[in-house]
Structure formats: structure tokens, C-alpha cells
Design a protein around this ligand. Structure first.
Ligand code: C2E
Ligand code: CA
Ligand code: CA
Length: 683
């Protein structure tokens, strides 16, 4: 081919690679085909593959059409995978060609010896042609290992000096990285006990650099089967090997911090915890930064990244022996693995070193950031637990350290683990549960004490968990609050309950408007869209604001300032009732009640328990009497919770309480039941 022809041949290939780099989804298989096309075009010179790979790196990634900018990291990762595909396609095509060449070689070589005198010349000529023209390196040695002949390709692979190769016997070409057994296998072949073998084998070139080959050695026997020559076919795989090493490095290291990643760490953990007989031990520290999310959210990801890099450096500085490994296994999660710690104390020492290393603030972009972390420690004898179990236990233990306030370490404790696993498992499945519609609401009637009529109901959410059955709010509301899921969940409850209240009103012919009470958690109270969302939900359902009562716990309002009260005040102004829930369980400054936009006090169950039986506890009677009169002075209605007996209900009525709720009237149940209850008492 002329140069121009050759270019015509290569340009489409370059275009294919460029397109592959940018096509979504990324598919590196174009690389395989381009690699094969290179071989088909006889671009098999040892330099051609490295050059092609270099072109991908330096030209194709540079060219990025402005209309579709691509993150550099992504491009780099794609580039590596594409290079790998080109190298693999090239190698496979070359190997395919090698195989056919090898067959031709062996046939020609044997025929050269076997053919009659006059045919010898022709056969020999054919042999020469294949031998010299082959793209792969070919060498022939006698049964003592003396080199008889080498072809041009092989000389070039070894650095271009024919003498350098010819002057040595086959057995002289040792290398420290020779695979174990390669020399034993060769000896077997030289004794005629095997006919061929194939290995990856390194050699030194004449300039001392290392050449990696895929080597196939075959025995050539003469007519009566006596071994005569050894035929070596060599493919240069140096470049491919480097690429593989690079890929392996990238697959096992975290691009941001350079620390080993989860994959690498897990391999090491697996071998550290594997039973090796004897007394091997291991230790694992699982570190999660405290409050990292806040850094990311408030200072930006760039600062977050720098912080992680700084943390990685500090962790690395804690390593004092080759048996210690630190890795980054997730966003702000790091681990330290200690293989065979001489003493159990060494693992705890390591955890202390980590906390200590983190204690000095990190300065980033002119800011001093304080980093804290929580560490879960698992240590023990190898061979007892699997790697995944150990990691999970460490994770759970870390969670416990975090729950205890953070900036500390905890040791694994199987009993505490089971408690936390439940929490942990529920927390993880919460978000999906909302999407899957696993929540439902039960309604508990609120009864007017003066006439015993149902005038509303409180919405109480439940979770129909696919494995654990129905869970009460106490089991998941705190988790939902911790994870922020309470906001969408709370909104869902509000929508459902408001829609339900509207349905009740439609069903009531006599126009008695049933109201609904919905619980608000502290998170919702702080949410900037509380008012907007509530108004929206009411509008959408077409429910009067006065038919909704929001219950806020006393503890959520302790120390509340005007900013927190403002949204409640706005809602109250719109006509929504606000009830102070669980009144009496926290410390309320009674005079504070005056400045809160409340319309109802919900007296906690604990106050009225003493009235369940006759005679009632006189102190309880006095307290409730006092509270009722205070509430009425402040223009607040009083609702009593946990009314379980008729005696109790009667006492409360006499004491002037307005509304009651409790098992005496009805347990929380499906919405239809409320309808029948209220119809029943209307008759
Ligand atoms: P709460 O607001 O004090 O709700 C009353 C709780 O007392 C309910 O428990 C109810 O089933 C129970 N109860 C009712 N009558 C009686 C009785 O006569 N005797 C006794 N011993 N208990 C009675 P539940 O449903 O387990 O709810 C527990 C708490 O979960 C609620 O306490 C409320 O604070 C919270 N919660 C329920 N649903 C929601 C919700 O949708 N959002 C939020 N943020 N919290 C909710
Ligand atoms: Ca409530
Ligand atoms: Ca309550």
C-alpha cells in the first residue's frame, strides 16, 4: 500500500474509535474490531499496537465536540477500556494468525525433513517464506537447547541484535518472574515426554528492558518419532500486559484518593479472615466520617473531595507495618485492616491513632474544617466468620459508635448487633416502602364527652412490612426522622388523611363534618414548605382548613422561637387547628402556652391512668382539674388520650374535658369503621 492508501485504510478505524468513545451507552467492542482490522491490514510490526494505543490517549480524547462535553474522568475510564479492547482484538487476531502460521510451519518443517531429495528444495523454500514473513517471532533450537535459527520478527522483539539471541541456549533465558514449573515443563519436552506447551514468559532484551511473550513451544519429531527440534513461537504481549496492570490498578484503587478500593480491600479481607489453621488473627476498623454530608451540602463537592483526600492521607500516615492496609470503600467510609496483629490491643491502638490523626483540623480553601469519625472494630481469630459477615458487623458497630455521639470507637458485640441490624434493615427498606405503597393509615375516633358523639379521628400510620408484618409507628417513625424520609412520608399521611376526611363528609347526609387529626413530626415542623404543602393538600382535596387538626408534640415545641412558631401561626390563621400532643410528658412552661397558636391540649395517657378504676386517684383528679381549668382560661380545648374504661370516661366528663380518645371507644382501625361508629351513635 502507498502511504495515501494506508491512510485511507486507517482513517475509518480512527473514526470508529472516536465515535465509540462518545456513544452512550458506552460499548468498547468497536475496539476489538479495530484491533483485528489492524492485524488484517498487516500492521503487525511490534510498534504498531503501542502507537495505536498512544493515538487513542493523545488525540481521540482531546477532541471533544463542544456540544457534548464529557467529564474527563469518564472519558479517561472509557479510553482505558477502549485501549484494552483494541489490544485484546489485536492479540486475538494475531493469535489466530499465529495458529494458522504455526500449523503451516509445522507441516512445512516436517515435510522438509521427510520429503525426497528433489522435493526438498521446494519444500524448504516454502518453509523459508513462512518463517521469514511471519509477524510472530519464531525460533528453532536443537534438542540440547542450542539455537539453530531465528526469524526477523523474533530478533526485532529482542531488541534487534541477532547475536544477543543466538549466542544463548534456550535454558539460559531465565527471568525472576518466570512462572513456576516452566523449566520443568521444558525439560519434559526436551526428554520427549510432551509435545508442546504454552506460557506467558518474560525475557530480557539486549538493553535490559523486559519483553513479555506468549510462548508456544512444540516438539518436531522425525519420521520414526525421534525428537529433533524445538520450535518456539513468540507473541509480544508486553504492551497488553502493561495495559492489564494499569486496568487492574484502576479497578482496585480509588481514583480520588489513590487508596485501595472496596474490591482490593475485600480480596485482602477474605484472605485475612480465611482459616489457615493455627492461630492467625485479624482486626478491622470501619470508619465513617461524622457530618460529612453537611460539608458536601454546605461547602460543595469540591471541598468535600479535598477533605476526603486529606483524610486518606492522614489514614495512610497511621500505617506503620506492611500487615496494615487502609482503603476507601465508599463515599466517606474507610477501613483499616490489620492482618495477624501481634496483640489484640494493636487493633484498638490503630483506631485510637485514626481518631488522633483526625483531631487536627484540615485546612481547605482558607477554611479550617474539623473532621470527626466513628469507628466500628471487629477483631478475632481467622476462620470463624466470612469476610462479608465481618464487614457487616464492623459497619453495624460503627453505626453504634455514631449513635453514641460519634468521634469514638466501639467494639463489635453480637447482642447489640442484632438490635442494630433490625434498625439498620428497616432504615434501608424505608424509602422503597413508600414507593411500594407499604404504608397504610388506621383511624382512631375522637369522641365528644358532652354527648358521646364521634366528631373526628386521629390518623395513625402503620407499615405493612413484607417480612415483619404490620409495624407500629414507634418502630419506624424515629428512623424516618433520622433519615429525612419523614417529610415525604408525612406528606403522604397528610394527603391520605385529608382525602379520607373529605370522603367522610361526602358520605354524611346530615352534614355532620367529621374532622381529621394528623401528627406532625419535628422535621416536618422545620420544613420550609410546611404551610405551602398543607394548603395545597387541602385545596386539592377540597377540605375546609377547619376540618384539619395538626398534632405537634410538646417536646417538639420546647424552647420554640418565633421562626418555628411562624408557620404554625400562619396555619392557625387559615383556620387549621393546632393541638399540643402528649401534653404533660415534657417540661412545658405553662405561661408559654399563651404565645403559641394552639387550640387544643392533648393530655397524655399517664395523667388519666389513675382514673381507670374506682376509687380514682385523688391526686390525678386534682391535677387534671387544674389543667382543664388552665386550658379553658387560655381558650384551649382539652382532649384526653388513652381512655380505656367507662369509669375513666365519666370522671373526665365531670372534670370538664372536651374530647376523649381511647380503646374504651375504639381501637385504631380502618376508615370505614369510623363511618359506622359515628352513624351508630347518631341514632
Ligand atoms: P400519639 O399521637 O400519642 O397516638 C396515640 C397512640 O396511643 C397510638 O399509638 C394509639 O394506638 C395509642 N392508643 C390509643 N388509645 C389507646 C388506649 O386506650 N390505650 C393505650 N394504651 N394506647 C392507646 P400508635 O398508633 O402506636 O402511635 C404511636 C405514636 O406514633 C403516636 O402517638 C404518634 O406520636 C406517632 N405517629 C402515629 N402516626 C404518625 C404519623 O403519621 N406521623 C407522625 N409524625 N407520627 C405518627
Ligand atoms: Ca397524636
Ligand atoms: Ca399523644
Amino acid at each position: 500500500m502507498t502511504r495515501a492508501e494506508f491512510e485511507q485504510h486507517l482513517i475509518p478505524q480512527a473514526r470508529r474509535l472516536a465515535a465509540a468513545l462518545r456513544t452512550r451507552p458506552f460499548d468498547p467492542s468497536a475496539g476489538l474490531e479495530v484491533g483485528a482490522a489492524l492485524v488484517a491490514a498487516h500492521c503487525t510490526d511490534p510498534g504498531s499496537l503501542p502507537h495505536t494505543l498512544g493515538v487513542i490517549d493523545s488525540y481521540l480524547t482531546l477532541y471533544c465536540p463542544p456540544e457534548e462535553p464529557q467529564p474527563v474522568e469518564q472519558l479517561r475510564a472509557r479510553c482505558t477500556r477502549l485501549q484494552h479492547a483494541v489490544a485484546a482484538g489485536f492479540a486475538e487476531a494475531l493469535r489466530e494468525r499465529t495458529r494458522s502460521e504455526q500449523e503451516a510451519m509445522s507441516r512445512a518443517a516436517l515435510r522438509a525433513q521427510a520429503d525426497a531429495e528433489q522435493a526438498l528444495h521446494r519444500s524448504e523454500a516454502r518453509f523459508r517464506a513462512v518463517f521469514e514473513g511471519a509477524a510472530i517471532g519464531i525460533g528453532i533450537a536443537d534438542m540440547d537447547g542450542r539455537i539453530v535459527d531465528i526469524n526477523e520478527s523474533l530478533t526485532r522483539m529482542f531488541g534487534g541484535l541477532e547475536h544477543h539471541v543466538r549466542s544463548r541456549r534456550v535454558t539460559d533465558w531465565t527471568h525472576p518472574e518466570d512462572s513456576p514449573g516452566v523449566w520443568r515443563t521444558l525439560a519434559e519436552l526436551m526428554r520427549g515426554e510432551r509435545d508442546h506447551f504454552r506460557v506467558d514468559k518474560p525475557y530480557y532484551r539486549n538493553d535490559g528492558t523486559v519483553l513479555w511473550t506468549n510462548l508456544t513451544v512444540s516438539l518436531l519429531r522425525d519420521r520414526d518419532g525421534t525428537p529433533r527440534y524445538m520450535l518456539a513461537l513468540m507473541e509480544d504481549i508486553t504492551e497488553r500486559r502493561l495495559l492489564n496492570l494499569r486496568l487492574r490498578y484502576e479497578a482496585t484503587h480509588d481514583a480520588l484518593t489513590g487508596l485501595p478500593n472496596r474490591t482490593f480491600f475485600f480480596e485482602r479481607l477474605e484472605s485475612a479472615v480465611a482459616a489457615r489453621g493455627g492461630t492467625a488473627r485479624f482486626g478491622l476498623c470501619y470508619l465513617d466520617l461524622d457530618g460529612f454530608k453537611a460539608v458536601n451540602d454546605h461547602l460543595g463537592h469540591a471541598v468535600g473531595d479535598q477533605l476526603l483526600v486529606a483524610v486518606a492521607d492522614r489514614l495512610q500516615s497511621c500505617v506503620t507495618a506492611p500487615s496494615q492496609l487502609v482503603a476507601r470503600i465508599g463515599g466517606d467510609e474507610f477501613v483499616a485492616l490489620i492482618t495477624d496483629p501481634p496483640e489484640q490491643k494493636d487493633v484498638t491502638d490503630f483506631a485510637e491513632r485514626i481518631l488522633d490523626a483526625l483531631s487536627t483540623p484540615v485546612s481547605i480553601a482558607g477554611k479550617e474544617l474539623t473532621v470527626r469519625g466513628s469507628i466500628g472494630i471487629v477483631d478475632g481469630p481467622a476462620g470463624k466468620l466470612g469476610a462479608a459477615e465481618v464487614l457487616r458487623s464492623a459497619d453495624i458497630t460503627m453505626y453504634r459508635a455514631k449513635a453514641a455521639g460519634g468521634n469514638r470507637y466501639e467494639h463489635a458485640d453480637p447482642e447489640a448487633d442484632t438490635r442494630v441490624i433490625t434498625r439498620h434493615g428497616l432504615t434501608n427498606s424505608l424509602p422503597m416502602a413508600l414507593q411500594r405503597g407499604e404504608f397504610f393509615i388506621e383511624y382512631q375516633p375522637l369522641v365528644r364527652l358532652s354527648d358521646g358523639q364521634v366528631h373526628g379521628a386521629e390518623a395513625l400510620v402503620r407499615w405493612s412490612h413484607p417480612l415483619r408484618g404490620v409495624l407500629g409507628p414507634d418502630q419506624f417513625i424515629p428512623l424516618a426522622e433520622n433519615t429525612g424520609l419523614i417529610v415525604p412520608l408525612g406528606r403522604w399521611v397528610l394527603e391520605e388523611a385529608v382525602r379520607q376526611a373529605r370522603d367522610w363528609q361526602f358520605q354524611h347526609i346530615d352534614g355532620k363534618a367529621l374532622r381529621v387529626n394528623v401528627n406532625l413530626s419535628p422535621c416536618q415542623l422545620h420544613h420550609p414548605h410546611l404551610v405551602r404543602d398543607t394548603v395545597e393538600v387541602l385545596k386539592e382535596a377540597g377540605l375546609e382548613p377547619s376540618s384539619l387538626c395538626l398534632e405537634v408534640t410538646e417536646s417538639a415545641l420546647i424552647g420554640a422561637d418565633e421562626t418555628l412558631l411562624k408557620p404554625l401561626r400562619e396555619l392557625a390563621d387559615l383556620g387549621v387547628d393546632i393541638a399540643l400532643d402528649d401534653f404533660g410528658t415534657g417540661y412545658s412552661n405553662l405561661s408559654n402556652l399563651r404565645r403559641m397558636p394552639l387550640s387544643t391540649l392533648k393530655l397524655d395517657r399517664s395523667f388519666t391512668r389513675g382514673m381507670q378504676r374506682e376509687p380514682a386517684d385523688p391526686i390525678d383528679i386534682k391535677i387534671v382539674e387544674g389543667i382543664v381549668s388552665l386550658a379553658h382560661t387560655l381558650d384551649l380545648a382539652v382532649t384526653v388520650e388513652g381512655v380505656e374504661t367507662g369509669v375513666q370516661a365519666e370522671h373526665l366528663r365531670v372534670l370538664g374535658c372536651d374530647t376523649a380518645q381511647g380503646w374504651y371507644y375504639a381501637r385504631p382501625g380502618p376508615p370505614e369503621r369510623l363511618h359506622t361508629l359515628s352513624l351508630a351513635d347518631a341514632t
